[in-house]
Design a protein around this ligand. Structure first.
Ligand SMILES: Cc1ncc(COP(=O)(O)O)c(C=O)c1O
Length: 468
């Protein structure tokens, strides 16, 4: 049994049942049914979560990049409860509800350019899938039927539905599940640290842009449907591209009539201090922006995309060729989910949350970077309230993966003891705390990380894995 068991009977009871009955996202199949250590989360308040073993921890990843306002928001609970009593469900397939319209109007008021039309889905994967399928529909209606190719990037994460998973570039997620391989290309992730290159930012950016241009020339611009990119690669390890990279990519793809999909599932709704980051942070006006997660401050599932009037005009009215938009979800535009989003929106404005992100974000980045003096820390990077601390260890390639997995998990486990939950992703600890995080809580996070990494390093020394 786990060493937690003597003090954690509740956790053990649930873990036992979990092991018999559940399969989790990214479940470790060789260990299925044998996980005696998984943390049982029992409550949340503000930026903190509680587990069944009695730990109170800052929620480092804010759930999964989504709990923008932290836990225990009564105004959201009240609004959702009132909405359920007034109208608990309404389909968007053939009727309309007030909340979805109100939310669409607000979103359209914050999107760049003419991205005025909003389509609601149930989350990020369905948003990405729907956006890609909208581009296919447009090309098929317009007679551009050869334009099928999608350009994505290594280390990108775009979701778990078939098409979204197919454009995901995280090598280690490509296991035995089928994905579509034809008509999809992956470019180098815009990370010097992982590319093995040692160039200045401008030269590295030129290299990446040249690669994009070469790929367009190789495939033929007339065959390329879209370029899809997260403004900051999130789950791939919080990778911030060199300055101007996104803008240059956008200019190039637009000059070839290729659609630009900006996947803002993580970056929208305040993570970088804005409703949407595409234009305000990176100076681009994509054809489609996908969103999810933070739109409801994580309280209920909702996602969607905003698409340009220009694109929709090409496939509607007389241009539609009699087609319908045959894509939808039972919970598209669900009134309770939209009520959660509207109330979260009000709270963000009332509490000036984005101003707070502008103040606390740079402090968070600066303080985390102090960890680079620990020899195990290879790089600390990030932007706004998203960051990654990457551990590097010198070992033969064939041993590296196991060691890497172990290191992220070890740091995370120590962090629990010091009041912090991080998201271990292989050898990287990802952090994207609730947007309400204070500077004092940032100090606590950094202190917990420091102690956890130092103890992990000490263990590695004692086990002979780390040699100074
Ligand atoms: C950039 C990005 N796109 C899409 C998704 C998929 O979203 P969901 O898990 O809501 O389907 C994620 C999830 O982490 C994401 O980070």
């Amino acid at each position: 049994m786990s060493d937690k068991s003597p003090q954690d009977p509740v956790g053990d009871k649930y873990r036992d049942s979990y092991n018999r009955h559940m399969l989790h996202p990214w479940g470790n199949l060789p260990e299925l049914g044998k996980d005696e250590d998984i943390t049982l989360i029992t409550g949340g308040e503000g930026a903190y979560i509680y587990d069944s073993a009695g730990h109170k921890m800052i929620d480092g990843p804010a759930g999964m990049w989504c709990m923008q306002l932290g836990y225990g928001r009564k105004e959201i609970a009240d609004a959702v409860s009132a909405q359920i009593m007034e109208l608990g469900y309404s389909t968007s397939f053939f009727v309309l509800n007030q909340r979805e319209v109100e939310l669409a109007e607000r979103i359209a008021s914050k999107t760049p350019g003419d991205l005025n039309r909003i389509y609601f889905t149930t989350g990020g994967s369905t948003a990405v899938d729907s956006a890609l399928r909208l581009c296919q529909l447009r090309n098929n209606i317009k007679g551009d039927t050869q334009r099928k190719h999608i350009i994505s990037r290594n280390r990108a994460y775009h979701g778990s539905t078939f098409l979204a998973a197919s454009v995901t570039g995280k090598e280690r997620d490509k296991t035995a599940m089928d994905i579509r391989k034809e008509d999809i290309s992956f470019l180098t992730a815009p990370s010097q640290f992982h590319s093995g290159h040692n160039m200045d930012d401008d030269t590295f950016c030129d290299f990446l842009i040249q690669e994009l241009e070469d790929k367009i020339a190789e495939v033929g611009p007339e065959n390329i449907m879209c370029f899809i990119a997260e403004p900051v690669l999130g789950s791939g390890g919080v990778i911030v591209a060199p300055p101007n990279y996104l803008k240059r990519c956008w200019e190039i793809v637009k000059s070839h009539g290729i659609f630009y999909i900006s996947d803002e599932v993580v970056t929208a709704f305040g993570r970088l201090g804005h409703w949407f980051a595409s234009e305000e942070v990176f100076g681009i006006v994509p054809d489609i922006i996908t969103f999810a997660k933070g739109v409801t401050a994580g309280y209920l599932p909702l996602g969607g995309y905003a698409v340009s009037d220009a694109l929709m005009q090409e496939i509607s009215g007389e241009n539609a060729g009699g087609n319908i938009y045959s894509n939808g979800y039972t919970w598209s535009g669900n009134p309770a989910c939209c009520a959660a989003a509207l109330t979260s929106w009000d709270s963000i404005e009332r509490e000036a949350i984005f101003e707070h992100v502008h103040e606390v974000g740079p402090y968070f980045q600066e303080q985390l970077r102090t960890l680079t003096d620990i020899p195990l820390v290879g790089e600390v990077r990030g932007m706004g309230l998203m960051a990654a601390v990457e551990m590097t260890i010198d070992a033969p390639e064939e041993e590296l993966l196991d060691l890497d997995y172990d290191i992220g998990a070890r740091v995370d486990e120590y962090c629990h003891q010091f009041g912090l939950l991080v998201r271990p992703f292989i050898n990287i600890c990802i952090m994207s705390p609730p947007l309400i995080i204070t500077k004092a809580q940032v100090d606590d996070m950094v202190q917990a990380m420091r102690k956890a990494i130092e103890l992990t390093l000490e263990d590695l020394r004692q086990e002979g894995i780390w040699r100074d």
